[in-house]
Design a binder for this molecule. Structure first.
Ligand code: ZN
Length: 58
């Protein structure tokens, strides 16, 4: 079972079952929820530079 880390909240995501993913600069990122995906798409560089920030605020 392949795992990836959600770059937004730091949770482990099963890449085979993930429904929330995004491609950024040729790399695929997986998210635990559409909420994390939207937060990443809003400001990808923030999460790639600083690392997971925990669950984004609603
Ligand atoms: Zn998440």
């Amino acid at each position: 079972m392949a795992k990836a880390v959600d770059p937004v909240c730091g949770m482990e995501v099963d890449t085979e079952r993930a429904v929330h993913k995004a491609v950024y600069k040729g790399k695929v990122y997986y998210f635990c929820s559409s909420h994390c995906k939207r937060a990443f798409e809003r400001d990808p560089e923030k999460y790639l530079k600083l690392g997971p920030q925990g669950m984004p605020a609603l």
